[in-house]
Design a protein around this ligand. Sequence first.
Ligand SMILES: Cc1cc2nc3c(=O)[nH]c(=O)nc-3n(C[C@H](O)[C@H](O)[C@H](O)COP(=O)(O)O)c2cc1C
Ligand code: SF4
Ligand code: SF4
Length: 256
Amino acid sequence: MIIYFSATGNTKYCAEFISRRTNDPHTLSINDMMKDGVREIDCANQKRLGIFVPVYDWDMSYAVAEFLRGVTFRNVPNDCYIYGIFTCGSASGISCETLKSILAEKALNLSASFAVAMPDNYVLLFPQKSDDAKRAMLERADIELQEVVNDIEAGNHVFRRKGRNLPGFMMFIIRKFFIPSQRKVKGFTVNDSCIGCGLCAKSCPMNIIVMKDNRPSWTEDKCACCLACLHRCPKRAINRGKSAKNGRYLNPNVSL
Ligand SMILES: Cc1cc2nc3c(=O)[nH]c(=O)nc-3n(C[C@H](O)[C@H](O)[C@H](O)COP(=O)(O)O)c2cc1C
Ligand code: SF4
Ligand code: SF4
């Protein structure tokens, strides 16, 4: 079984790739489970459980970490091979340690974890890479993913990361100040090109966007900062931070 969270498609692409190549057809979207308030996942007869999550702020997505903390994995076989896959622009940080500790609270062990570098979707501060650079990254990711398939099929207990970790005090500052500011929704703006299609509200895993008079309105400071609303808007009408000049990204090889 594979469960995955994805806002702009990279992690969904990895989930589909690994599902196909390891003959593991049972995939569930964490975005949908978050939206629907799912609290239990039945893992009966699953020889593997893959947990696929994007890296935010040198750690796994905090909203997905919260979801995983609150969910009960039922009927996990004793010999189930549980692995994490973290997609990132360049650095996976402490994602593996966080997933290990979430599973340990449930008396489950992480057997392996992998990091895959893919185009970075964080446009609030940084500009998008050129199209050629993004294409080259996606081609490299396929090679890395095949190596991951080989490790999974061999049942290897390996923990592969990307990039350097931040010093502890920097992680402290990120947790204490940066993440709470990311949860706030007051930075979102909507310009006049909005056509009222409602896709932003539909794609928000936290259910914090409602349509009012055919325009999106953010309701609670519970943002996952996944940027699904911003990148998936067909009119590029939503902005936050420096996104208006930094471009947009959607993985070209999956449907969202
Ligand atoms: C809020 C936020 C923070 C991010 N932080 C990091 C990071 O610390 N390190 C990194 O390499 N990539 C970072 N990224 C880039 C994403 O991890 C990367 O683009 C990921 O593949 C997106 O997955 P998705 O397309 O499945 O949503 C960040 C993206 C967002 C939105
Ligand atoms: S997705 Fe874009 S165009 Fe559609 S309602 Fe939201 S802001 Fe408007
Ligand atoms: S408001 Fe936008 S960025 Fe925040 S959780 Fe919802 S879709 Fe993600």
